[in-house]
Design a protein around this ligand. Structure first.
Ligand SMILES: [Zn+2]
Length: 87
């Protein structure tokens, strides 16, 4: 277990920032809960609270629908997208 612990701090980032609503257009907020392949990170890894996890899930799914966030990232594109992910 010790070697795979990337996320040590188990606090909800959205609670810390006091976010009441997560907008699907706000990629900076959504980024916290996306992996480098743009998959939704599970709550046990990010430490999000249930309320915010549900909000962020909905936001990500909406963002995917209007193509702000990709559904699938293939191996070649991972690097490309990680440079885009900086903001
Ligand atoms: Zn929260």
């Amino acid at each position: 277990m010790a070697e795979k612990r990337k996320y040590t701090k188990k606090t909800c980032k959205y609670c810390e920032m006091k976010v009441g609503f997560i907008d699907y257009k706000d990629i900076r907020l959504i980024r916290h809960s996306l992996s480098e392949r743009y998959k939704i990170m599970p709550r046990r890894l990010t430490g999000n609270c249930k309320k915010h996890q549900e909000l962020v899930e909905r936001a990500i799914k909406r963002a995917r629908h209007i193509a702000l966030v990709p559904y699938i990232v293939n191996t070649k594109k991972v690097m490309e997208f990680s440079t885009f992910a900086r903001y």
